[in-house]
Design a protein around this ligand. Structure first.
Ligand code: ZN
Length: 133
């Protein structure tokens, strides 16, 4: 399996960025007809998830409610001031996978792949691997 990397420039501290088209492009270029697409984020304060992309308000709600669940200002030991970002990254996870069918990324009707930025704005790397069955 070969991995391809692309970069995403985020613009806010907490931001879900829809990266579906860029992931789908890697899948199509891989030439794999049937297999699995893996997405991995090599960072400790950004992750990835698959969720609703049809209504952009869902991503806005995730940003604000995870912010309430894990507030930035709290009693943390880690002195960098971004413990909340590390914890939110654990909640969404560093990777996800989806089926590849007929040479295309095969998501559910309402699904999209989101880079989850929790300590932006920054430039983030997204690694995409496509493997055959
Ligand atoms: Zn830190």
């Amino acid at each position: 399996m070969s991995w391809l990397t692309f970069e995403v420039r985020t613009t806010r501290r907490a931001q879900l960025v829809n990266i579906t088209e860029r992931v789908a492009e890697v899948v199509e270029r891989s030439g794999v007809q049937d297999g699995i697409c893996h997405v991995f984020i090599p960072h400790t304060t950004a992750g990835v998830t698959i969720n609703e992309g049809a209504d952009p308000d869902v991503a806005i709600d995730v940003e604000s409610h995870l912010g309430e669940l894990v507030p930035k200002e709290a009693a943390f030991e880690h002195a960098e001031g971004n413990s909340d970002s590390h914890i939110k990254t654990i909640l969404v996870g560093p990777s996800c996978s989806a089926p590849v069918r007929d040479g295309k990324l095969s998501l559910g009707t309402w699904q999209a792949v989101f880079l989850c930025e929790w300590d932006g704005p920054r430039t983030r790397r997204v690694e995409v691997g496509v493997s055959r069955h």
